[in-house]
Structures are given as structure tokens and as C-alpha cells.
Write a protein that binds this ligand. Sequence first.
Ligand code: ASP
Length: 356
Amino acid sequence: MSPHSSLASTALDADRILVIYTGGTIGMEQHAHGLSPGGDFAARMAAALTQLPIAHQRSLPAYDVVSYSTLIDSSAATPLTWQQLAHDINDKLSTYAGFVIIHGTDTLSWTASSLAYQLQGLDRPVVLTGAMKPLETEHSDGLENLHGALQFAAKPELKEVAIYFAGKLLRGARAIKQHSEALDAFASPSYPLLGERVGDDFVYYPSRGLGLQQRGAPRFELPDYGCVCHGEVIRIVLWPGIAAWQLDAWLSDSRIKGALLQLWGAGNLPDAPDLLDVMAKASGEGKLLAAISQCPQGSIQLGAYAAGHGLNDAGILAGDDMTPEAAFTKLVHLLAQPLPSELRRQRFIASLVGER
Ligand code: ASP
């Protein structure tokens, strides 16, 4: 999945933006088996942008486009996709002032969360966007999303991985896809917007961003995700009636290195000691186990209720108000690195990029 340049212009310009096209509905075309990613995105994007009012076209930053040679529906993304993007941004960091990643919406918030951990200390914008409808279809949201993503990617004050979608700029590591059909498909349930479109303006709120904290050179962490891309990290959402043998079937597998457990409410699970025993056994084997709520909003307090008592003793790390995307990709990121177990645990419960 290596990128190839698809624009003739390669002029270096301190203010240029690099657009990386990975696939997704925004660039899809109807084929025999349904929608699938279409090529020639640079020309299609340029043609779409000419539909903006002249004043808006003039305010666009200069940009280049690279397209991945294998374009995907983002449901096919894996940790290796996240790794590839981080490496490509790292490779081009000295050439571009900002980045726009064109991505399918289905796993866009997963990629954004992963990039946030890999690109720690980022000193410029990385903005992911996509669309719910292909760029060339009637009433597509693609043009507005491209426009806003380019505008925010040109703001040097924005120094983090963000998502621009439907007029909203969201922290990447706080975002979820909240709707399967509506154009306003993304939300950041536990953190305010980093910015938004207000009339013709694209307004960034610096007090909510990481930019004010960013000091010195970026501290990218680009571990090889090859050791965590074959199912070594899992996600289990509890359901009423879950039995210890079912949990054990997952957690006792020697290939498993980490698990995200989604508990009920403020961090509760069934009153079944054998469930806790299974978790404690896995933790004791050095597996990294973390918990968040199934509720999209609010935090968990392990042990606040009797029904959650025992989770701390079983070695479960509290994920507080992290999204499933942020918690899962953090496990992947930490487990890909050769860290001592205690340091890994400390880093999980710390806020690395404003994800909790
Ligand atoms: N299945 C598509 C994708 O994630 C959905 C979209 O882009 O809206 O690539």
C-alpha cells in the first residue's frame, strides 16, 4: 500500500497541504457489485472544488494529492493501515505544512485515534475526512467536507490529529461514528468541538486544542504494528448472561496480548466471581486488560458499585471516558512497543494526546 504521486505539481512550498487518498465512499463509484473506490481522485477533487464560490476557491491552500495504490473501503483497514499512514506523514513532514487524509467513514475514527498515538507531539494539522455520499452524487457532503478539511489543515495553530466532518472539527482520539446514514455522522461525546464552520469562516478554538501544550520537536512513536495485527488485541462487549467459559475462550488463548472490555454503566459486570477469576488469570499472565463503559457518554468508576467491585484486584485498567476507538488503539500502540509491563500500564491510564 505505498503511495504514488498523482499530481504533476511537486513544487515545495512551506504552506502546501498534502492530501492522502486512501479510499472510502467519498471517492466511490458504482460497480457491478456495489460501490467501490474509484481512481483519479486528484482530478475529481479539483473539479469538485471549482463548484465552490470564487471567494472560497481563492482562500483554499495549495495542495498536492497522493493516492494509495490499493484503495480500500475502510472496513478493510487494519493496524497496518494505521501504521502506513503514520509513516507516510512522517516521511513528508518537512515538506508539508498540513495533511488531509481522505478515508472511509466506517473506521475513520479508529484511524484518527491510532494516528494520534503514533504522531505524539505533532506540530501541525492532520485532518481526516470523508463523506457519506460519493463526491459526484447529488447532495453529496464530499465537497463541503473537503473544503473544511483543507481550511483547517492550513491553520498552523492546529497541532493534532482531528476529524472534519459536517461543519465540525473533532479531536481524532475523542471521536466516534454515531450515525450510519446521516451526513452529520461523527460526534465527540465527551469532549467539546475543536472548531467549526460558522457561516463562511472555519473557526478553531485554541483553548481546547493540544497546540498550546505542544513544545519542541514532535515525539512520534512509530513502532512496528506487525506483532499486533493478527488479532492479538480483542474487544469484548458484555451482554446479560455472559458466562465465564465464554470470556475464558477469548482471554486464555495464548495469542491474546490485550483486551478491551466494555462493561455496563459506570463500570459494572454480572455478580459472578468466576468472570473476575478469568480476568485475574489473564492479567496474571501479563495480558493488558482495560475497561470502558458501553455507554457512549460518561466515565467509569471501577468499584463504585458492588457489581464492579473486584475489577481493580483483577488487574483491570480503567479507561475512564475514552471512546472504544481510543482505548483499543491505545492498547495496540502500547503492546506494539517493547515496554516493561508496569510502564505500559502507567501509560494506559495517563492522557497521552488528550484522549481521556
Ligand atoms: N464503507 C465506507 C467506508 O468506510 C463508508 C464510507 O466511507 O462512508 O469506506
